[in-house]
Design a protein around this ligand. Structure first.
Ligand code: UD1
Ligand code: CA
Length: 471
């Protein structure tokens, strides 16, 4: 039986005060709606459907590259029951266990979803409702049970009598597992005769009870998984919980953090054993850190891989490959296509873009290296730059093995420095340098003996005479 997960995400989220749909706001490095989709995926969902409505195109774009996710547009927002009817109308009957999740409830764990499905399958229930007992149940649908403790119905807060509002404290989390077949057969029985004039998915519970179909309620073991995001304040609270969850998992697996409150690690990042993450470090996207690395402080790595034993200090890196035992920073900027080979060093105030830095090569201070292929054992003197851009086109620089480039060298691309070449400091290199050659481009130095002393004497005399004219 294929398992389906349906993530309701058509809502606007007015309390976010945003031009973007609520579920597109980011929690760490992923949009809110990505988290329940990923939890469903990890729980074994074969098919994931996201119900989009408000800002549909922006939400669709989030899943543009995920072949296991389909989006269904709910053009009129007539309630959670109507959202499910829209899915059935667009994709056909539900099949197998069908889990309902919310796009604004990102802390739901895969294990909780898997348990809910297992419970529903083993009990042959038409529906299992995940429930909770919050300290303030205002606004939530309430679970009504019979004298045997069996679930009778879910009554929305606004449809409860004052007595029910006060006594029914067990609440509907809004997360369910349905038997797909029975849901398809009976969902049209939902009507909108209620306080809000909406089609309530919650009505399915009462409908099944009247039909004699078995329904069940499962009390959640961790209420924090059910926290929804309606405002940016709640977004920050949920972010804090997710940050702790991820960091505690990493620390349990052998990663050191000086202060885990100051480390932010994205959903799919990995960090190897005995690596250390220092304060103000952010690791985002498809970033993978090996063993025995030191990352941070003040470092942001996005879609970057760092191999064993490397250290990356006060650095921003995007789409960069950092190989084993490389040292970076403090204060380097590594841009897409930077590839630092084993044992190389990129130092302070250095920017590297779309370039390979060879094994053991060094770019220690104040340099820009762009569109360059560099061999092994190269040393680039302080303040040297590859001039890769002519205002229209980008050009390539090739630097062979064991080249020594003196400080303040401009390498005007396209240009090649052969193996073992030597470039004198402050040269502007505009043509190729053959292997083993010395290239120097600078005007000859003038030395006038005693000139500085004589000049100072003259200036002092002028000052003593009170004259203003220049000598
Ligand atoms: C719903 C439940 C309530 C439960 C609560 C838990 C119903 C009728 N009530 O109430 O029992 O305690 O969740 O949070 O289901 N959505 C759509 N399309 C719609 C309507 C809603 O996609 O037409 C989405 C929203 O974007 C949201 C979710 O479904 O993510 C819940 O909708 P909302 O209207 O906020 O339901 P609640 O009133 O909170
Ligand atoms: Ca010069």
């Amino acid at each position: 039986m294929p398992m389906t997960a349906i993530v309701l995400a058509a809502g606007e989220g007015t309390r976010m005060k945003s031009r973007h749909p609520k579920v597109a706001h980011k929690l760490l490095d992923r949009p809110l709606v990505w988290w329940p989709v990923n939890a469903a995926r990890k729980a074994g969902a074969d098919r994931i459907v996201v119900v989009v409505g408000h800002g549909a195109d922006e939400v669709r774009a989030i899943f543009a590259n995920d072949s296991d996710v389909e989006c269904v547009e709910q053009t009129k927002r007539l309630g959670t029951g109507h959202a499910m009817m829209s899915v059935r109308d667009a994709l056909g009957d539900f099949e197998g266990p069908t889990v309902v999740l919310y796009g604004d409830t990102p802390l739901m764990r895969a294990e909780t979803i898997a348990n809910l499905v297992e419970h529903t399958k083993s009990g042959h229930y038409a529906c299992t409702v995940l429930t909770m007992s919050p300290s303030d149940p205002t606004g939530y649908g309430r679970i009504k049970r019979d004298t045997n403790g069996e679930v009778l119905a879910i009554i929305e807060h606004k449809d409860c009598t004052p007595e029910e509002q006060a006594t029914l404290t067990e609440c509907n989390s809004g997360i369910y597992c349905f038997c797909g077949r029975r849901l398809s057969e009976n969902i049209d029985k939902i009507d909108n005769n209620n306080a809000q004039g909406e089609y309530y998915l919650t009505d399915m519970v009462g409908i099944y009870r009247e039909m004699g179909e078995p329904v069940s309620a499962l009390l959640a073991t961790d209420d924090s998984e059910l926290l929804g995001v309606n405002s940016r304040i709640q977004l920050a609270q949920v972010t804090k919980i997710m940050q702790r969850r991820i960091n505690e998992e990493l620390m349990a697996s052998g990663v050191t953090m000086l202060d885990p409150d100051q480390v932010w690690v994205g959903a799919e990042v990995s960090v190897g054993q005995d690596s250390e993450l220092l304060p103000q470090t952010m690791l985002w996207g498809n970033t993978h850190i090996g063993r025995d690395c030191i990352i941070g402080p003040n470092t942001r790595l996005t879609d970057t891989s760092v191999a064993d034993g490397a250290s990356v200090e006060e650095t921003v890196a995007l789409q960069t490959i950092i190989e084993a035992n490389v040292t970076v920073g403090p204060r380097a900027y590594l841009r897409p296509g930077a590839h630092l080979l084993e044992g190389s060093h990129v130092g302070t105030h250095v920017e590297i873009k779309n370039s390979t830095i060879g094994r053991g090569s060094k770019v220690p201070h104040l340099s820009y290296i762009g569109d360059t292929t560099m061999g092994e054992g190269v040393n680039i003197g302080a303040g040297s730059i590859t001039c890769n851009y002519d205002g229209v086109f980008k050009h390539h620089t090739t630097i062979g093995d064991n080249v020594f480039v003196g400080s303040d060298t401009m390498m005007v691309a396209p240009v090649t420095l052969g193996d073992g070449a030597l470039v004198g400091a402050s040269s502007c290199i505009t043509s190729d340098v053959p292997a083993g050659a010395l290239a120097v481009e600078r005007s000859e130095q003038v030395v006038l003996k005693g000139y500085a002393v004589a000049r100072m004497e003259r200036l002092k005399q002028i000052k003593a005479q009170g004259k203003r004219e220049q000598a």
